[in-house]
Ligand binder design. Structure first.
Ligand code: CO
Length: 461
């Protein structure tokens, strides 16, 4: 059944976007195992290719090919290599050390991956993090969501530099070597695209939490405090904004308040303990903790200090929020508090009544999460979940709640409160405030319906 996107709620371009996303998700779901029988193992409850299915694929190979599993590269999920699987792993020596060339791969039985929004072009598109597959709060670098406006540039760090100029006492150019030498700082923060959930304003649309919430990821970032560079160059009188410019073919630009630049902004060159990935801005990215993802300029090459914002395309034609009265909110930079249950979530199936641990992620762009409550009755009553330490500022926080499902149909929800006292709203409250003209900044409570058969679906409640 095809969801409909009525013209009073969706513009032509929004409808096309929503339809395309639905199609992509359907395709992703079709290529995974939907016929798998129920099982007690946790794998069986998840969408995506299970270990059992992967084993079945291997077992179906003719014996002659089984000994050449590595030659069957197409059977290995991205980031892995297909190796022989013996009936008895103790019967023979395993493969030799450094057979991976010195850089490791994940297990061939792990299939978690991003999927892409089906834009017409492959270079202006976005991909979503499979957050239901995650553990803890760190997103593996290879699964961090992406948004590119003109593809991923390949930049030699030896030939890359950052220019800081404009309303400063001394304009300067910093090479990567200059930045590596400076005192460094490491912090763990989420980045969320302000378009996360863009299909969900008017009606529940995508089926999985990867579709509804996959435009957020958390990494440990290392780099230099932007305030250090501004102190070296000397900020001039009247400085109020700073333009950040990327070295991609879109020459992506955003204006950032100087107060943010002097507060906790970072220029990052590392992610999760190694150099930042090319698709995340190698060799240098602006990191603005808690701000919408588009402002974290990748492949950063220029910073210009000014007394006013630059009013670039990405802060006038895009990334503004059109309100019901026709006025648009500008520079809505901070991401509001939000949470979502990742287990159980859309397209999963609970095999039978009994014990489950409800788990999910909560975050706020304005501080840290102080409380996450879970409702199993559509919001009539709430129970406080446990927060997994450490609970960090502007960072995904894992919450958990032991739960006994009695086998009845119900609606599961989570609701975050952040350190400013802000409480995550319902979708009805948010729509009453903002209308449905804008696709950005949807932070409403997510509802998952559990049917008596244990099937989990995306609903508005
Ligand atoms: Co915004």
């Amino acid at each position: 059944m095809k969801p409909e996107f009525p013209s009073d709620l969706y513009s032509d371009s929004e409808r096309k976007m929503a339809e395309a996303l639905v199609e992509t998700e359907n395709h992703a779901l079709k290529t995974t195992d939907s016929t798998e029988e129920d099982c007690d193992c946790k794998d069986g409850m998840f969408n995506g290719m299970s270990r059992r299915r992967m084993l079945a694929v291997s077992a179906a190979l003719p014996a002659a090919l089984m000994t050449n599993a590595q030659a069957q590269g197409q059977e290995a999920p991205p980031g892995s290599v297909a190796y022989d699987v013996l009936d008895d792993s103790t019967s023979r020596q395993g493969r030799v050390i450094l057979g991976d060339g010195g850089y490791g791969t994940r297990s061939q039985f792990e299939n978690s991956k991003r999927w892409r929004y089906p834009t017409a072009s492959l270079d202006s598109s976005w991909s979503m993090t499979p957050i239901a597959d995650g553990h803890g709060v760190i997103t593996p670098s290879g699964l961090h969501f992406e948004r590119h406006h003109a593809g991923i540039p390949t930049i030699d760090p030896d030939n890359h530099s950052l220019i800081l100029h404009g309303l400063v006492d001394t304009p300067m150019k910093f090479t990567m070597a200059d930045l590596y030498r400076m005192p460094s700082v490491t912090r763990t923060h989420f980045i969320e695209c302000s378009g996360n959930g863009l299909t969900e304003w008017a009606a529940p649309t995508l089926k999985t939490v990867q579709g509804t919430h996959g435009l957020t990821s958390t990494s440990e970032w290392t780099g230099v405090a932007l305030s250090s560079l501004l102190e070296i160059c000397g900020v001039g009188d009247g400085a109020a904004w700073i333009l950040a410019e990327g070295a991609d073919a879109a020459v992506m630009t955003r204006s950032v308040p100087i107060s943010k630049a002097m507060d906790d902004a970072m220029l990052v060159y590392a992610q999760n303990g190694e150099a930042i990935r090319p698709e995340q801005g190698y060799p240098l990215r602006l990191m603005l903790p808690g701000f919408e993802g588009n402002t974290h300029i990748k492949w950063l090459r220029r910073l210009e200090v000014s007394d006013k914002p630059f009013m670039t395309r990405e802060e006038t034609a895009k990334y503004t929020d059109l309100m019901p009265d026709g006025m648009a909110r500008l520079f809505t930079l901070e991401m509001d508090a939000k949470s979502v249950i990742t287990f159980p979530s859309g397209e999963m199936k609970l095999p039978r009544p009994g014990f489950y641990e409800i788990s999910g992620l909560a975050w706020s762009g304005r501080g840290h999460v102080v409380k996450v409550e879970v409702s199993a009755d559509g919001g009539r009553s709430w129970t406080e979940a446990a927060l997994q330490e450490p609970v960090l500022d502007k960072c995904h926080t894992r919450f958990r709640l032991p739960w006994n499902w009695d086998g009845t149909e119900l609606i599961l929800q989570s609701r975050a409160t952040d350190s400013t006292g802000y409480v995550q709203p319902t979708i009805a409250e948010l729509v009453a405030l903002r209308g449905t003209n804008s696709v950005y900044h949807l932070n409403a409570i997510q509802s998952w319906k559990i049917s008596a058969a244990g099937e989990v679906t995306n609903v508005h409640a």
